[in-house]
Design a protein around this ligand. Structure first.
Ligand code: NAD
Length: 484
């Protein structure tokens, strides 16, 4: 007698047998939700620990990793976070160079810097219960894990987003399956397999962090549809955010931005120029929070642009600007779309595309344009920042609102006028609003606050932290244990 079984049927039979061996649904020896995943999982692919080519295997493995983490308790979470933070700092140079060579965007020093600061991302110290005591007893609300989180990461910061997500998500007690942007997948695989190797060595927990080795929009879709994945966390542009929103799975979406900057007539324009260069040119303007277009009041515009010049920025215009615009955007049916070739490139490379020579030490290009220019309207993600000269604060505000597109992401103002700050905060309604500093101050880098590489704009959770990835659950004791 011969059997003709395909791979999937065989897998299902093996799963069934394993389930029976463990009792249907497996054993529940910890507080984690039991969704009937097999308790024994095949090990990772030869590409590294936690690296999988098929979504179902990755999710099943991550679910088993989650159950192991539950057993390890807070102590295990703390150790894993220490491992991830320490490894990210120790390997910052090697991994920064690797990611730079793979993605070919941004600035090498900043790639390394983004990894060195992962240690600033908050961990288990954020997971504290809330308690109430009253005439009817006591209540405890705990921040508990979801289980397995499906995470999409961008090409602009592949390892930094993965590392930051792990710290937040594992602090909350979760396991993760990453579907990295294909352009940064080799970097993702390198870091994830190294983290797993060390976590397994020190704690014996396998596949807590899984990664798809051949990510695609199909694998993204398969993660969304997998029942063992409780929620999605999307860090990326409009296409992936829209896809997640339509998936039917709860999604925390750190979506696109196009942060406007207003410079008014009450500030030191030299400082404003310096702050804009520091924030907008960091990693060649790849940061989603980075300054993307400037609205400056007419009365200080010339002085402000002279300040930019004196700090090494190069002004372009006329046919040079036209050539660069054509190189950066395509136009179809009256709409501009960003081509990817010049994203995150150095100013001198942008200059070459526009047919001019720009010093390699110049931090940025800028051009005086009107408020409808594609460099104002589109999220360009490169160090060419348009300057719109406006007659009034009201005109600046209207331009800023339009350019931000209601993404609710980030905005910046340089002003000493508190009334204007308030008006802009209300009109823009963004998740981050930085006053009188570089945009990076909004992520705890030179400003107060904490760091995250996933700013949940579209779905409103804000700058993500461990609590973002928890379910809030309540325990109530009626008429007792209130000891006041
Ligand atoms: P992207 O979503 O624009 O990626 C480009 C394309 O690659 C997508 O349209 C899709 O076709 C494909 N793709 C993306 N991710 C994929 C995946 N995981 N698997 C398969 N295919 C995938 O994003 P990007 O260029 O990587 O990142 C830049 C965008 O992300 C910007 O819009 C930026 O503002 C945003 N971003 C937001 C945050 C935040 O915290 N809010 C952080 C970083 C980046």
């Amino acid at each position: 007698m011969s059997f003709n079984l395909d791979e999937e049927s065989l897998r299902q039979i093996v799963r069934g047998v394993i389930r029976e061996m463990n009792g249907v649904g497996g054993q529940k020896s910890c507080g984690c939700a039991n969704k009937g995943a097999p308790a024994i999982i095949s090990s990772s692919s030869s590409q590294g620990k936690g690296i999988f080519t098929d979504v179902a295997s990755a999710v099943n493995a991550a679910y088993e990793g989650y159950r192991q983490l539950c057993k390890g308790g807070m102590e295990a979470r703390k150790k894993i976070i220490d491992i991830v933070k320490a490894m990210t700092v120790v390997n910052a140079k090697e991994w920064g160079v690797f990611e730079y060579n793979e993605t070919k965007i941004g600035k090498l020093d900043h790639k390394i810097g983004k990894l060195e600061i992962v240690k600033l991302v908050p961990g288990v110290e954020w997971i504290r219960p809330d308690a109430y005591s009253g005439d009817h007893g006591i209540m405890l609300e705990e921040y508990t894990p979801y289980g397995v989180i499906g995470a999409i990461t961008p090409v602009t910061h592949s390892i930094p987003t993965i590392a930051g997500n792990i710290v937040n998500m594992v602090a909350a007690g979760n396991a993760i399956v990453f579907n990295p942007h294909p352009g940064g997948v080799k970097s993702a695989v390198k870091a994830v397999s190294a983290y797993n190797e060390e976590i397994e060595k020190q704690l014996g927990i396998k596949n807590l962090i899984c990664c798809i080795a051949n990510p695609s929009l199909e694998s993204f879709d398969a993660i969304c549809k997998n029942d063992l994945v409780s929620i999605m966390c999307i860090t990326g542009g409009p296409a992936v955010v829209n896809a997640a929103m339509k998936s039917g799975k709860k999604s925390i979406c750190a979506g696109p931005g196009n942060p406007p900057v207003i410079v008014d007539d009450t500030v030191d324009v030299n400082k404003a120029a310096s702050d804009i260069i520091a924030g907008g040119c960091f990693d060649n303007n790849l940061l989603c929070i980075g300054e993307k277009e400037i609205f400056v009041l007419e009365s200080v515009a010339d002085k402000f642009m002279r300040a930019l010049d004196s700090q090494g920025a190069v002004k372009i215009g006329g046919s040079t600007l036209d050539r660069l615009t054509d190189a950066v955007f395509s136009k179809k049916d009256g709409h501009y779309a960003l081509k990817r070739d010049l994203v995150g490139k150095d100013p001198y490379v942008l200059g070459e595309s526009a047919g001019i020579s720009v010093s390699q030490s110049s931090p940025m290009l800028y051009a005086e344009v009107d408020a409808n220019h594609p460099f104002v309207i589109e999220e360009q993600m490169m160090p060419m920042i348009p300057v719109v000269v406006v007659k009034s604060f009201e005109e600046a505000l209207a331009g800023a609102v339009r350019a931000e597109h209601g993404y609710k992401h980030s905005a910046i103002i340089h002003s000493m006028n508190v009334g204007r700050m308030t008006e802009m905060a209300r009109a823009l309604n963004t998740t981050l609003f930085v006053k009188n500093g570089p945009s990076t101050c909004g992520l705890g880098l030179g400003g107060e606050g904490y760091l995250s590489y996933s700013i949940a704009t579209a779905t409103g959770e804000g700058i993500s932290n461990p609590k973002t990835f928890t379910r809030r659950r309540r325990c109530v004791m009626v008429d007792n244990l209130n000891i006041f």
